[in-house]
Design a protein around this ligand. Structure first.
Ligand code: HEC
Ligand code: HEC
Ligand code: HEC
Ligand code: HEC
Ligand code: HEC
Ligand code: HEC
Ligand code: HEC
Ligand code: HEC
Length: 329
């Protein structure tokens, strides 16, 4: 009769034989998938006798990254997490596994990247990529909380918030949006939606839940700026935060010019003797002397709307009054 331990050994040998694992599993993004943000890259390394990894994207190779140390293994076991930076379009991704300086395995795939705002589609051979589906979450649950309750999703400390550990990049920016700064992820992300963590409302319908006073104020304005009228708050603001004041998705002039490109191509407001227009940047804004801000498009235009055409910041019909804000002689 076989002893119990032998049975267990046989069973595990059988399991090994039936599930010959690839040395590298592309967990996120999955192999041959399409991403529309440059986020994390997560690999599962199934080679046990492995000491280092090298990642090559479009011919640009990383240093050898140590994954063999006991400290690393204790924390991450066989997972490898890195920040990925994709080029637009096709990306050749190659992962080399090393043991003591000796290359032992290579795995490669192709990832297609289109920035979220580009609205371009990937060729059909690439599949859209989602992280929070059961089969991808399963291996994470050993170390991360993958079953966050509604309460936990809004728990307001770094330690107890179940999202922060993996999504700290959203919070580690210069200007963090109020409810993100307090880890109130559950205000906007549903805890029981399908797909998981879906944002149930978008743009003005979402924003006005908390900024209703602004919606009220806008209703009273005679002229409302096109994208604001359309409720497209996210065309200018990032819901989580950014490197720009008011969580703008781009620096202010760049943002305005992304829709009004012609302003940069002709003399704006005035034409000086040298043929140039009014300074729109690079000079101190006389009105905002105290805060030391420079001239930008919003030195003269209110970004949401106003009482006069072109939404001048001082809401005066008479153009001269606008000029006199800064040129009072
Ligand atoms: C063996 C334990 C373990 C497993 C399994 C694991 N992780 Fe982690 N992970 C960690 C530890 C430890 C950290 C770092 C501690 C922290 O920052 O909370 C971390 C951090 C992360 C980060 C943040 C990295 C950064 O840039 O700040 C991401 C993203 C992440 N893990 C994703 C995953 C995903 C996705 C899975 C499942 C496919 C997974 N991990 C499975 C242990 C693990
Ligand atoms: C184990 C790590 C981990 C944890 C914990 C985690 N996420 Fe994620 N999540 C990821 C990764 C990796 C992605 C892929 C995008 C990226 O690289 O950041 C992602 C993507 C998402 C997306 C985009 C849709 C999708 O499924 O790809 C949403 C929304 C999201 N996470 C919300 C949350 C919220 C809310 C929480 C907390 C309740 C949470 N996540 C906890 C790792 C994690
Ligand atoms: C004010 C509302 C709001 C709050 C609060 C909020 N989010 Fe989001 N989140 C959004 C919106 C809007 C999107 C865009 C959804 C999409 O692209 O499908 C989004 C997308 C995401 C994504 C996927 C896209 C990306 O940028 O990587 C992740 C991950 C995410 N949120 C995590 C979180 C986490 C973690 C928290 C809490 C710390 C949080 N969010 C708090 C509104 C919010
Ligand atoms: C859950 C409530 C909530 C939701 C939803 C919400 N906000 Fe906020 N928002 C706040 C809080 C709280 C603050 C910080 C208080 C403050 O600075 O006035 C804030 C601050 C801001 C600021 C910065 C104000 C400043 O003076 O710098 C902007 C811009 C902003 N929100 C835009 C948005 C946009 C755009 C949306 C929709 C995508 C949105 N908010 C959705 C609660 C919310
Ligand atoms: C065309 C780009 C644009 C759009 C669209 C837009 N905003 Fe703004 N918003 C800005 C800019 C620029 C500022 C900074 C104003 C300043 O610093 O004087 C701002 C400031 C804010 C502020 C903080 C200061 C204030 O005026 O109270 C809030 C809150 C805000 N926006 C909410 C919203 C909401 C809600 C929507 C959608 C209804 C929206 N924004 C749509 C560009 C925009
Ligand atoms: C997402 C695209 C978008 C962005 C970003 C944007 N605008 Fe606009 N803007 C429009 C649309 C659409 C209109 C209405 C159609 C038109 O008159 O051109 C408009 C109208 C205007 C007008 C009135 C034009 C007229 O002839 O009455 C001014 C002034 C203006 N925008 C200034 C700005 C400033 C300043 C910024 C940056 C804070 C900005 N816009 C950012 C789309 C945008
Ligand atoms: C010094 C004040 C001032 C600054 C700064 C300024 N504008 Fe204007 N803008 C005006 C005036 C005045 C008008 C009215 C039409 C005119 O006189 O050219 C105007 C008109 C416009 C119009 C509508 C007319 C048209 O040509 O489409 C748009 C759009 C516009 N501005 C966008 C911008 C953008 C984008 C910026 C930043 C790159 C900017 N403005 C910076 C004063 C200014
Ligand atoms: C928000 C402040 C502000 C407003 C409003 C404003 N300007 Fe200016 N203007 C400036 C600044 C700052 C300069 C640059 C001064 C310098 O070079 O030191 C400038 C320069 C000028 C110049 C000289 C350009 C050059 O390069 O020599 C003219 C002409 C001018 N403005 C006309 C106007 C007219 C006309 C209006 C009204 C339609 C106006 N400005 C509104 C701030 C403003």
């Amino acid at each position: 009769m076989l002893k119990r331990s032998t049975v267990a050994l046989l069973l595990s040998l059988l399991l090994l034989a039936s599930s010959v694992q690839a040395a590298v599993e592309f967990v996120y993004p999955a192999a041959s998938s399409w991403v529309n943000r440059t986020g994390h890259m997560i690999l599962k390394l199934n080679q046990i006798d492995l000491t280092a990894v090298r990642v090559t994207v479009n011919g640009v190779a990383s240093e050898l990254i140590d994954v063999g140390s006991p400290e690393y293994r204790k924390l991450f076991q066989d997972f490898f997490v890195a920040q990925a930076i994709w080029d637009e379009g096709r990306n050749q991704l190659q992962v080399d596994l090393f043991n003591g300086g000796q290359k032992i395995e290579t795995a490669a795939t192709e990832i297609y990247y289109t920035p979220a705002e580009s609205k371009r589609q990937a060729p059909p051979e690439f599949v859209a990529n989602v992280m929070h589906v059961p089969e991808k979450e399963r291996p994470c649950a050993a170390c991360h909380n993958m079953k966050a309750s509604a309460d936990q999703m809004s728990s307001n400390s770094e330690k107890s918030n179940p999202c922060f550990g993996c999504h700290r990049k959203l919070v580690n920016v210069k200007y963090v949006h109020g409810p993100v700064g307090t880890y109130s992820c559950g205000y906007c992300h549903s805890s029981n939606s399908n797909p998981k963590y879906k944002v149930l409302k978008r743009n003005a319908t979402l924003c006005n839940q908390c900024h209703a006073d602004m919606a009220q104020a806008l209703k009273k304005r005679k002229f409302v700026h096109g994208p604001v009228e359309a409720g497209l708050c996210e065309a200018c603001h990032d819901a989580h935060g950014s490197q720009n004041e008011s969580q703008l998705i781009k620096p202010i002039n760049e943002l305005c010019l992304s829709c009004h490109g012609h302003i940069a191509k002709q003399a704006h407001v005035v034409r000086t003797t040298t043929g140039e227009g009014h300074p729109l940047k690079g000079k101190p804004d006389p009105v905002k002397k105290v805060s030391g801000k420079e001239m930008t498009c919003i030195s003269c235009h209110n970004p949401h709307g106003g009482q006069v055409r072109y939404f001048f910041v001082n809401n005066a019909e008479d153009r001269m009054l606008l000029c006199q804000m800064c040129h009072n002689k």
